[in-house]
Design a protein around this ligand. Structure first.
Ligand code: GGG
Length: 355
C-alpha cells in the first residue's frame, strides 16, 4: 500500500528524535536521506518535539503544535525513541502511543530480516510482524482500587471488529505481495476467547469481505497461540512469513524476533495509516548508552527506507537497504550491539560511502 507520489517536488519530513538515543540516530537517518539526491523529491526537514524530556521541560509530552504540523505540513515523519517512566506521573502520557492514535497510524509494520553472508542469497530469517497499533491494552485505561485483600489494579483490553478488520486487510495485502504469501494470525483465544476470539475471527474473515473477490486466494492462513508462536519463532523462524497480532503481542513478538538477527539496533518499523506514514526504529531510548555516541543508526536508516518504500520511492529505499546490508556484511564498521567498536558517526559514514 502506498500513497500517490505523483508530481511531488519536495518531500516534507517531520523529525521527532524525542528521547535518549533517538537524538543520535534520527540525525543519521536524515543524513542518509539527503545522500539519496535526485532519487527522491528534495527532502525538507521540519524539527519537532515530543517525549519525556519535552514533558520535564514544558509540562507537555506531545505538544499540539507537533501534531498539527505533522497533519498540515508533513508528507511523512521519522520518530526516534521515548523513555516514559515506568511509574505513574500525573499529567504525563506516552507521546508515541498518543501520536499513533491522533494520526490514526493503525498498523505498525516491523520487518525482521537477516543479512545473508553473500548478496543475493536467501536470508535465514525473513518475516514481518504486523502489529495493531491503536488498541488492545494500549488504550491505557487502568484503575487502582482497594479490595478486601489489598490493592486491585485493572486494565481494559479493547479489541474491536473495525481495528481488527483493517489490520487484517493490511496483513493480507502484505502477505499477498510476498513470494511465500503466508499469513499467521497470532492470538490467545484459548484463554481470551472473547477479545482474541474477535481478533482471530475478524482477520480470518478478511478474504470473504465484499470487494475482495478472490484477491487473497493465494494466501495461506495459519494460526498460532502467542506463547507457542514465541517458541516456534526461536526454533524454526523460517516457518513464518507475515504475522499479524494485537498490539501487545505484536510489540513483544517483534522485539523477540530481533534476537534472531543479531540486534534490536537493526530492526526498523513504520507506523502506517491510510493518509500518513511515520518511520520509527523498534529499539527504545537506551538510557545506558545515551550520549556515548555508540547507538546503532541502522534501524533508523532502515526505517527511513521503509517509509520511502511505503510512499512509493522504491529506488531510494532500495539504495538505503542495499547500503545498510553491505555495511553489515562487510562487518568493518559496526556498533557495540553487533560486537563492533565503531561509533554512530563511523557507521553512518560507512553507509554514506556505500550510497
Ligand atoms: N522507538 C521505539 C520506542 O521508543 N520504544 C520504547 C517505547 O515505545 N516506549 C513507550 C514509551 O516510552 O512511552
Amino acid at each position: 500500500r502506498s500513497f500517490s507520489t505523483a508530481a511531488r517536488q519536495t518531500l516534507k519530513i517531520g523529525l521527532i528524535p524525542a528521547d535518549g538515543i533517538g537524538k543520535e540516530v534520527i540525525p543519521a537517518a536524515r543524513a542518509a536521506i539527503i545522500a539519496l539526491g535526485s532519487d527522491i523529491p528534495k527532502p525538507e526537514f521540519i524539527d519537532l518535539v515530543a517525549g519525556w524530556e519535552c514533558f520535564t521541560r514544558t509540562g507537555v509530552a506531545l505538544p499540539e503544535d507537533t501534531v498539527q504540523i505533522l497533519k498540515d505540513e508533513c508528507d511523512c515523519a521519522l520518530f526516534g525513541s521515548v523513555s516514559s517512566p515506568s511509574r505513574k506521573v500525573v499529567g504525563y502520557s506516552s507521546p508515541i502511543v498518543a501520536l499513533r492514535k491522533k494520526l490514526d497510524l493503525y498498523a505498525n509494520i516491523r520487518p525482521v530480516v537477516s543479512v545473508a553472508p553473500e548478496a543475493g542469497q536467501k536470508p535465514s530469517v525473513d518475516l514481518i510482524v504486523v502489529r495493531e497499533n491503536t488498541e488492545c491494552l494500549y488504550v491505557k485505561e487502568e484503575t487502582l482500587t482497594s479490595g478486601a485483600n489489598g490493592k486491585e489494579a485493572r486494565a481494559t483490553r479493547l479489541i474491536t471488529e473495525h481495528a481488527s478488520r483493517r489490520i487484517g486487510q493490511m496483513a493480507f495485502e502484505l502477505a499477498n505481495s510476498r513470494p511465500r504469501k503466508h499469513l499467521t494470525i497470532i492470538h490467545k483465544s484459548n484463554v481470551l476467547s472473547i477479545t482474541d476470539g474477535l481478533f482471530r475471527e475478524t482477520v480470518r474473515a478478511v478474504p470473504s469481505l465484499p470487494g475482495i473477490d478472490g484477491k487473497y486466494d493465494g494466501v495461506t492462513i495459519a494460526e498460532q497461540l502467542v506463547d507457542s508462536a514465541v517458541y516456534r519463532l526461536f526454533r524454526e523462524p523460517e516457518i513464518f512469513d507475515v504475522m499479524v497480532a494485537p498490539n501487545l503481542y505484536g510489540d513483544i513478538l517483534s522485539d523477540a524476533a530481533a534476537a534472531l538477527v543479531g540486534s534490536l539496533g537493526l530492526i526498523p518499523s513504520i507506523n502506517a495509516g491510510d493518509n500518513f506514514v511515520m518511520g520509527e526504529p523498534v529499539h527504545g531510548s537506551a538510557p545506558d548508552i545515551e550520549g556515548k555516541g555508540i547507538a546503532n543508526p541502522l534501524a533508523s536508516i532502515r526505517s527511513a527506507a521503509l517509509m520511502l518504500r511505503h510512499l512509493g520511492y522504491t529506488k531510494g529505499a532500495d539504495r538505503l537497504d542495499i547500503a545498510v546490508d553491505q555495511v553489515i556484511r562487510e562487518a568493518k564498521f559496526l556498533t557495540p550491539d553487533l560486537k563492533g567498536t565503531s561509533t554512530t558517526s563511523e557507521v553512518l559514514e560507512a553507509v554514506l560511502r556505500k550510497l
